[in-house]
Ligand binder design. Sequence first.
Ligand SMILES: Cc1ncc(COP(=O)(O)O)c(C=O)c1O
Length: 360
Amino acid sequence: MVNRIFNFSAGPAVLPESVLEEARENLLSLGSTGIGICEHSHRGKPFMAVAAEAESLCRQLAGIPDNYKVLFLQGGASLQFSMVPMNFLTADRCADYLVTGAWSEKALQEAKLYGKTHVACTSKDGNYNYIPSEVTYSSNPLYVHFTSNNTIFGTQFSAEPKGVPEGSFLVCDASSDIFCRPIDISRYGLIYAGAQKNLGPSGVTLVIIRDDLVKAGDSKLPTMLQYRTHAENESMYNTPPTFGIYLMMLVFRWIRDQGGLKATEARNRAKADALYNYLDQSALFKPTARKDSRSLMNVTFVTGDEARDNAFIKAAEAAGFSGLKGHRSVGGMRASIYNAFPASGVDALVQFMKDFEAKA
Ligand SMILES: Cc1ncc(COP(=O)(O)O)c(C=O)c1O
């Protein structure tokens, strides 16, 4: 018997147990092939079927229109910080960035290497504890980039940014909330997400990109850095991250079997509400994100006393609640409750916090 504990890690993060069990079986033999999933050639029929199913389930779940490509890349979301400006930005054009946390800052820094940038809004003044409601775009941005969920600061856009100028395309880093709720892909030019929070293991990055942007990308870049290369070769220009794609396929099946993205959102809201409702009435713990900007995925909170935060984290760890330490730039605690995190774990944490508070 394996003793699994509640894992609140921000990523790599908890995966559905049924997915892990199925993967365990298939490590030795993918179906009846007699060859494990990590041992199959990416050009062979069994793996090609896995990749095709991963793509088709992804399209089905998110209702991805036919004029978009679904790519499985490597290099993490961090390489997308560079690939986006590298492929599209020219010295004479400006890219607008909504700076709502450390990851959007990093994305912005990469864009600065390739062209002009404009900060359309920032919540740095509040240590990124809110999503700005006012956004001031530059006169004719090539694209507008935003981070839909700020993993470190526990904030999330409730919808796409408003007023994106006509003729600009929207780019989103959705690494920490992709498929946590339904999404209208047609509003985006490009969406990217490292898999290791809501989709699978680290090492594979999902990119959804509109066909015209595949064509528009700079064709003088190194081959591996052009979206065109991966789009034209169905993510198989070189050896793709086969195990990651396989696990993502299983996670997509799991999301489908759980009722799709609408049902996923309902479950995520119920989990987040359970935690925030308790925090809102607690005399000991306080949420750090502004109420209108709270994330469904990363719930950040503090006691206001570092020693007490540390005592709580230590006691929680001893009781089987792992990964609750907040990022150093916020301090306190962070409970990451991605799609696969069970509601029973949230309930157990709330009870543990109540007991801790009663004894404090
Ligand atoms: C929102 C967001 N963007 C980007 C990254 C960086 O991802 P990677 O480590 O896959 O490059 C992370 C990692 O936690 C993240 O949370």
